[in-house]
Ligand binder design. Sequence first.
Ligand code: NI
Length: 216
Amino acid sequence: MIHDKTMRKISSTIRMMTLALIALTMVHCINEGLLTHEKEMILSASPNVPFRVLTIEQTNDSLFLRQKARPLLKKELQKESIKHLTDRMLATVTDSTQDGVGLAAPQIGIGIQLITLQRYDKEGAPFEHYFNPEILEYSESINAGREGCLSIPGYWGNVERSQNITVAYLNREGKKITEEVEGFTAVIFQHEIDHLNGILYYDRIPSGFEALEKAE
Ligand code: NI
């Protein structure tokens, strides 16, 4: 009977889709959160000890900087290892030998979606940490500005970025925040979120690395 045949077809399709969904969910779970060797690396020194920053001068570092970062699970955000990680990222970016305004976890060899950056648009310009950040909207108005990167020491370049962005992220409590950011802070967000996608700032310059200037 046609009716039975159709029903069988539908139920087999549903079964297939369910299986595919389960498989997808499993792959997703495996690819999220901190890996064992990452946890060990984070906890190998005190919270005030800076990490080594990966640079494009070393082949292995360079390959890692080109990878996409994994999202963190909400339930992980308040774990001790994550607190330890953000403390050490702060120690790294504020280290007198670095003196940066932002840092992304892949830059210190941790492949997760976490950035630390200085909020010049807030009173006292505090450093803050953002988990699983993504840019939802870019303004059409573009500004060119000077950028450098701790992973590309000794160089700077002029990069065109959106003047305003809408960014969404999780805070440490796992609450999803959406906010509009503008000016230099928006530039830092764009630069750091690029790192989570394996993008370096000179990729945004038409003639690439060749266009960079040597820092004095
Ligand atoms: Ni950078």
